[in-house]
Design a protein around this ligand. Structure first.
Ligand code: SAM
Length: 222
């Protein structure tokens, strides 16, 4: 089902233009993406390590993370205009210079970012795409993991959190099959919540429903 366009969407997007990275992309919808690689040094005032959140939704996690770590640059990726606009508005209110947003399908990252330029990727409560024919769209499907492998620095990592047991099991299998080593695997993150955990919008919602939160860290094999 297609989401209805939010009221005033175009003017709200216009107001947060400075936070949205402009891209020259073609392709998608079954065709490979083509376009120009981004010049990272032109995106942020300081040259510092880069971390990427994919599927940032309304941006609560990305904004809190960027506030906590001013010595890191963050790119938050989101395909849906209705929600990325809200994320950008939050970031604008927080006056952050180390957080920018990409309104793209994550698949286009392979074209936009240089190889081995990303220190960490966050996958928070990614859409589970429960139907078998939709599995390719899961952000931990092999086709995405191969892109992340190219993007990560040699000591880089992926941090995944989800409430969805099926997606978590699928992800463990895909990570293992694609040459990642797993660590910090938790079947109930909040039973022993790390001090530095930043709760996302979906995490709050599912935790209030009493659902356990699954988490893992995946690193490409050396
Ligand atoms: C369930 S929401 C979770 C939002 C947020 N991370 C949280 O934890 O509250 C997943 C988000 O991922 C986005 N998404 C799904 N597939 C994507 C893709 N291929 N590229 C970019 N964003 C994607 C969806 O539009 C949606 O906003």
């Amino acid at each position: 089902m297609r989401m209805r366009k939010k009221k005033n969407l175009e003017s709200r997007l216009e107001n947060v233009q400075s936070l949205l990275v402009q891209t020259e992309l073609s392709g998608g919808r079954g065709e490979p993406f083509c376009g120009k690689q981004l010049e990272l040094s032109a995106l942020f005032p300081a040259e510092q390590p880069l971390e990427v959140e994919i599927g940032c939704g309304k941006g609560q996690f990305a904004v809190a993370l960027a506030q906590r770590h001013p010595d890191v640059n963050f790119l938050a990726v989101e395909v849906c205009a209705n929600v990325i606009v809200q994320a950008c508005e939050k970031a604008q209110a927080a006056e952050l210079s180390n957080l920018k947003f990409l309104r793209i399908d994550a698949e286009a990252l392979s074209v936009l970012l240089p190889e081995h330029s990303v220190r960490r990727i966050y996958l928070n409560f990614s859409c589970p795409f429960p139907k078998k024919r939709q599995q390719k769209r899961r952000l931990t499907h092999e086709r995405f993991l191969n892109i992340y492998k190219e993007l990560l620095t040699p000591d880089g990592e992926i941090q995944q959190k989800t409430d969805n047991r099926v997606l978590f099991g699928f992800s463990i299998e895909e990570f293992s099959r694609c040459g990642f080593v797993l660590s910090e695997v938790s079947l109930d993150l909040h039973a022993d919540e790390p001090e530095d955990n930043i709760v996302t919008e979906y995490e709050k919602r599912f935790t209030e429903l009493g659902q356990p939160i699954y988490r893992l860290v995946a690193r490409p094999k050396a």
